[in-house]
Structures are given as C-alpha cells and as structure tokens.
Design a binder for this molecule. Structure first.
Ligand SMILES: C[S@@+](CC[C@H](N)C(=O)[O-])C[C@H]1O[C@@H](n2cnc3c(N)ncnc32)[C@H](O)[C@@H]1O
Length: 242
C-alpha cells in the first residue's frame, strides 16, 4: 500500500475561491506539501492557511535560491532540476509509508503550476489526483469586471518572459490577451502592448482576489517592474458590447 498524491489547485488568492473537492482532500490528507522561496511563507501555503487542521503535518519544499541570486557559473535550470528531483524523493518517501500528501499549488496545478514537476516525476509510480482550480487569468477578468473573450475570438495567454517582438506579434492577432509573469519584464511588455496599439485598452491587475488587490490602466503603472502576482489583461473589445 502506498499513499496518494493530490495536486491541489487552491485558486488565485481568496481562500473562498477553492473548490469543495480541494478543501476536502486538503483537510483529509495527513501531510500538506508546498513550495516556497527562501524566507517566504509560500504562496499556496498562505492561501490555504485558514483551512488547515490544527497540527496538520507539513512538508516545505524550499527553492534553493531566488532567480535574482543564482551564483555565477551556475545555471538556474540545473539547480531547479536537482531541486525537483530531491523534492520528489521526499514526497515519495511519504507515499511509500502509505501517507497521503496534498501538494498545494496557486491557481490551477497544470496551468504554469509547479505541481507539474512533481507529477511528472511521480505519476507513473503512485496514485495521483489533480484537482483543477480557478486560474489567475480568469480571476483577473473577474476583478476587472470585463468579459474576457466571446464567440469565435481567440484568447492569447502569454508569458512576459517572451521577446517583446513576439509578444507584439501575438497581440496583433488575438481577440483578447493576458500577459503573465511580469516582474522585471514589465517595461518590455508595456512597450510591446503600445506597439500593438493596445495601450489604451490594457489593464494591469495585481494580486487579483487578495486583500491587497490593485487594478489600473497599464498606461498609469510605474513601468520599472511589477510584483510576482501581477498580469496585464486586454479584454476583447467586442465582448464588452454584446
Ligand atoms: C507560475 S505562474 C502560476 C499560475 C497559476 N498556476 C494559475 O493557474 O494562475 C505565476 C504567474 O501567475 C500570475 N498570477 C498568479 N496569481 C495571480 C494573482 N492573484 N493576481 C495576478 N497575477 C497572478 C502572475 O502573472 C504570476 O507571475
């Protein structure tokens, strides 16, 4: 007998936006595992905090370094592969002891979520259950109060890490778009949006559904950098008129 691994999407930030299934499996699991940056509480861990049972066991999987602090001569990708390999071994030890593990993940686990790196390493050997959740993209549209996309329009989800020219080209053909992973990419993203002729329509959403949520026109944002929990949302112009 081995335990089950639950990949639990916990939604974009508001603890009330978790599904009933996520809540049930979270509370029923013996161990709650979560990823966290050094010195930080862990985004998903913070979201589920009000739902944990008193004394529930936890497994903190702490990233070796932040992206900003990678030692020279070291590849961040190699560090991450080692980190996920070690993390998967630690989770496997629990599963081998017939312990169920709930690995919590901000937003949806399979939508740019770190859970996938554990899933890829463990799903062939253990029972895994993935619990889908409200992804940040849809939370962004909801807090804007703007229909995102309609009828046969194409929604384009982009990473701010992409080259500016590619962001611009994709924006030109999309009916609506969301650009995630802003951080230090914000100036490049803002330029690409402006070149695509969409600056007047683009909105900046920070910490959607959290207590510190901010929503403002992209044109009014300090363009130097953005926090981790932020995105640009460009809703369909058509959807707003139907
Ligand atoms: C690694 S991805 C994780 C996405 C997540 N799995 C999901 O389903 O939304 C992290 C990016 O998601 C976006 N994000 C996640 N939660 C957010 C929130 N509450 N408000 C704004 N952006 C958010 C940010 O662009 C952030 O850089």
């Amino acid at each position: 007998m081995t335990g089950s691994l639950y990949g639990i999407g916990v939604g974009p930030g508001d603890p009330e936006l978790m599904t009933l299934k996520a809540l049930r499996l979270l509370q029923a699991s013996e161990v709650v595992a979560y990823f966290a940056a050094p010195g930080r509480p862990g985004n998903a861990r913070r979201i589920v905090d009000p739902h944990l049972r008193p004394g529930q066991r936890e497994l903190r999987l702490e990233y070796p370094v932040t992206t900003e602090a990678v030692p020279t001569g070291t590849s961040y990708e190699t560090l991450l592969v080692d980190f996920y390999d070690t993390g998967a071994k630690r989770v496997a030890e629990l599963l081998d002891d017939d312990v169920d593990v709930a690995l919590v993940c901000e937003g949806d686990p399979f939508f740019y979520g770190s859970y996938m790196y554990m899933h890829n390493r463990l799903a062939d050997r253990y029972r895994t259950v993935v619990v889908p959740a409200v992804p940040s993209v849809l939370a962004g549209a909801a807090v804007l109060g703007a229909p995102l996309v309609c009828q046969d329009e194409v929604l384009c989800v982009l990473s701010g890490v992409l080259p500016g020219d590619e962001i611009e080209a994709r924006l030109r053909t999309a009916g609506a778009a969301v650009i995630m992973k802003l951080g230090r990419n914000l100036p490049k993203v803002r330029d690409a949006v402006e070149r695509a002729g969409l600056l007047d329509h683009a909105r900046y959403v920070e910490r959607a559904t959290m207590a510190t949520e901010r929503v403002l026109p992209l044109a009014e944002v300090d363009p130097t950098s953005a926090p981790y929990f932020s995105m640009v949302v460009i809703p369909s112009r058509t959807a707003a008129t139907r």
